[in-house]
Design a protein around this ligand. Structure first.
Ligand SMILES: [Zn+2]
Ligand SMILES: [Zn+2]
Length: 344
C-alpha cells in the first residue's frame, strides 16, 4: 500500500487530504529514483507553500521537502545512486550545467525546475519519486527524524555562515530567531567553527537552552532593540532567521564592513531600510537558502566529530499531516515535527 498527503486547494480552509492506494509502485524513468520514505520534516516553508506565497505552486501536490529514506528503484539514466542507498532530500533538483550550478549553487539553478512540494510531489508520503539530484547521501547511523530535518536546518545554517558569511575562528556572530530550527542550528555551527555567538530570542525561557547550545551571550528582545545590548560590541556577521521584525536591529549590530546573511522571512510585511547606513558602513546583505551536497558533507563531518543537538518535538503519523502543519503555523514549538508513514 502507498500513502500520501495532498494539498488540493491553496490556503487553510480545507484540510490536507490523505490518500492511500493499492496500485503497483511507480516506476522511475530517466534520472528519477524511487525512495521508500522513513520520515519527512514539517517545515515552516510548507506553511508558506500552503498559503500560496510562491505563485508557481502547482496543485494538487504532495507537500514536503525534508524526506529521508532508502532508494528502492532507479531510472535508466541514474548515475549517483543504487538500490539500497540511504538518501535525504534537499529542496530541489538542479541541472549541473547552468551558471549558478557551475558555481556550486544548485539552489539557484535556472535549468531544472523541480522544487519538492511546490512543483513536484514531495515527501509527505510513503514513497517519493524524484530526480536523483534532489538527494544527498545520508549515513545509516543517524535517526530518521534527525536525518530528515538536517538539510533545511543545519545545511541552511552552514551554507549561510561558512560559504557566504566566511565565518572564521575568533569572529563575533549574532543569530536572530536563535531558538528556531535554523537559528538553533546556526548557534551550534557558528560556535563549532570557532566564533563567539550572541543569540537573540524573544523569550526569556530560551536562555538556558541557547547557552547549552554554545551561545556565549543571549539577548532577550522583541526584535528591534537588541543592537543596543551587545555586551561585546558590534559583530562581524549576523545570520537573520526572522526578517522584517529584526532586520534593522541586525544591520545596526554590525561592525563597518560586516555581513548579514538573510535566511528567514517569516512575515509578509516588507522591511524598510536606511540605505545611507548601508553605504556609509560598507555593509553586505546576502540571501541564502538550502545547501548543496558539498555543504551537507561538511555538516555531516562536523556532526560525526561531535553530534549536534537536533531538536525534534514530536513524530506524528503521516495521517496527521494537516494537524502537524497547523501546529507549525501556530508557532511556539521547541523543536521540529516529523511525519512517519504507516504504510510501506
Ligand atoms: Zn524545510
Ligand atoms: Zn542549473
Amino acid at each position: 500500500m502507498t500513502e500520501r498527503a495532498r494539498l488540493t486547494k491553496i490556503g487553510w480552509e480545507e484540510d490536507l487530504a490523505i490518500e492511500t492506494s493499492e496500485a503497483p509502485l511507480a516506476e522511475p524513468s530517466g534520472n528519477q529514483v524511487l525512495v521508500e520514505v522513513e520520515a519527512c520534516g514539517v517545515c515552516f516553508r510548507d506553511c508558506i507553500d500552503r498559503a500560496g506565497r510562491f505563485k508557481f505552486i502547482q496543485t494538487p501536490i504532495t507537500p514536503g521537502h525534508e524526506a529521508v529514506g532508502r532508494v528502492i528503484a532507479v531510472g535508466p539514466n541514474v548515475t549517483d545512486w543504487s538500490i539500497g542507498d540511504r538518501v535525504a532530500s534537499t529542496h530541489r533538483d538542479y541541472c549541473g550545467q547552468c551558471e549558478p550550478c557551475k558555481r556550486e549553487s544548485g539552489s539557484l539553478c535556472q535549468g531544472a525546475a523541480g522544487v519538492l512540494g511546490l512543483m513536484i510531489d514531495g515527501g509527505y508520503a510513503s514513497h517519493l519519486l524524484a530526480p536523483e539530484r534532489c538527494f544527498y547521501a545520508m549515513p545509516d547511523g543517524i535517526p530518521a527524524a534527525e536525518a530528515a530535518v538536517l538539510h533545511c536546518t543545519f545545511g541552511t545554517a552552514y551554507r549561510g555562515l561558512a560559504r557566504f558569511g566566511g565565518v572564521e575562528a575568533g569572529q563575533q556572530v549574532l543569530v536572530t530567531g536563535a531558538n528556531g530550527g535554523v537559528g538553533s542550528a546556526a548557534v551550534q555551527v557558528a560556535s563549532r567553527l570557532g566564533a563567539t555567538v550572541t543569540a537573540v530570542t524573544r523569550d526569556e525561557s530560551h536562555r538556558a537552552y541557547l547557552t547549552g547550545l554554545g551561545a556565549e551571550h543571549v539577548i532577550v528582545d522583541a526584535g528591534d532593540r537588541f543592537h543596543k545590548q551587545l555586551s561585546a560590541g558590534p559583530v562581524n556577521l549576523v545570520m537573520d532567521c526572522v526578517g522584517p521584525p529584526t532586520f534593522n536591529s541586525a544591520l545596526r549590530s554590525l561592525r563597518p564592513g560586516g555581513r548579514i546573511i538573510v535566511v528567514g522571512n517569516v512575515v509578509e510585511e516588507r522591511a524598510s531600510v536606511n540605505l545611507g547606513f548601508i553605504v556609509t558602513r560598507g555593509l553586505q546583505i546576502i540571501g541564502s537558502s538550502g545547501a548543496t551536497r558539498a555543504d551537507m558533507k561538511a555538516v555531516l563531518d562536523l556532526h560525526a566529530k561531535k553530534p549536534f543537538s537536533i531538536p525534534i518535538q514530536e513524530q506524528l503519523e503521516l495521517a496527521q499531516a494537516d494537524r502537524a502543519q497547523r501546529m507549525v503555523q501556530a508557532g511556539g514549538l521547541h523543536g521540529r515535527l516529523v511525519l512517519v508513514p504507516s504504510a510501506q
